[in-house]
Design a binder for this molecule. Structure first.
Ligand SMILES: [Mg+2]
Length: 151
């Protein structure tokens, strides 16, 4: 049995040296585009603060999900969540192909995907995507503000 050197990190089938991993991390940090003056962790903190405010105002909420592909948008609507998801996806794809996609398109598509999901695990995954797109949109607004302040 061969003894594994202590300077090796097992990250899968091909072990890489700690030195290589550190160099890769340094290179990643050096080439990363700075995100204005607000790093994403601060946005995450703002979201957590908002959750605290929501909880203080409403307490623990246990509403039904109300989602699924055959659930209608409203009693007066013939549009199901499945239809809404398909429409939103087509619109995002069309706008992306034409080079005019917006964050509004992307967020609506993600929300529509969540609304059309009735499996709780898949619904949860879609809601995380909704939150991630919203955070990404906030980052973009912050970059725009930083650029405007610098000019
Ligand atoms: Mg999605």
């Amino acid at each position: 049995m061969t003894e594994q050197p202590t300077d090796v990190v097992d990250l899968g089938p091909e072990p890489i040296t700690r030195e290589f991993a550190e160099a890769a991390k340094r290179q990643y940090r050096a080439t990363r585009i700075p995100i204005a003056d607000k790093m994403p962790i601060e946005i995450v903190r703002e979201i957590a603060d908002e959750r605290v405010r929501q909880h203080a105002k409403w307490g623990e909420q246990n509403h039904p999900n109300g989602t699924g592909p055959t659930v209608y948008q409203s009693a007066a609507s013939s549009l199901t969540n499945g239809h809404l998801r398909d429409i939103a996806k087509r619109q995002t794809d069309r706008h992306a192909a034409a080079g005019v996609v917006t964050f509004a398109d992307i967020l609506i598509e993600e929300v529509a995907e969540a609304l059309a999901e009735d499996d709780p695990a898949k619904l949860r995954a879609e809601l995380i995507q909704v939150a991630a797109v919203a955070a990404q949109w906030v980052e973009k607004i912050d970059r725009d503000e930083a650029k405007a302040a610098a000019s």
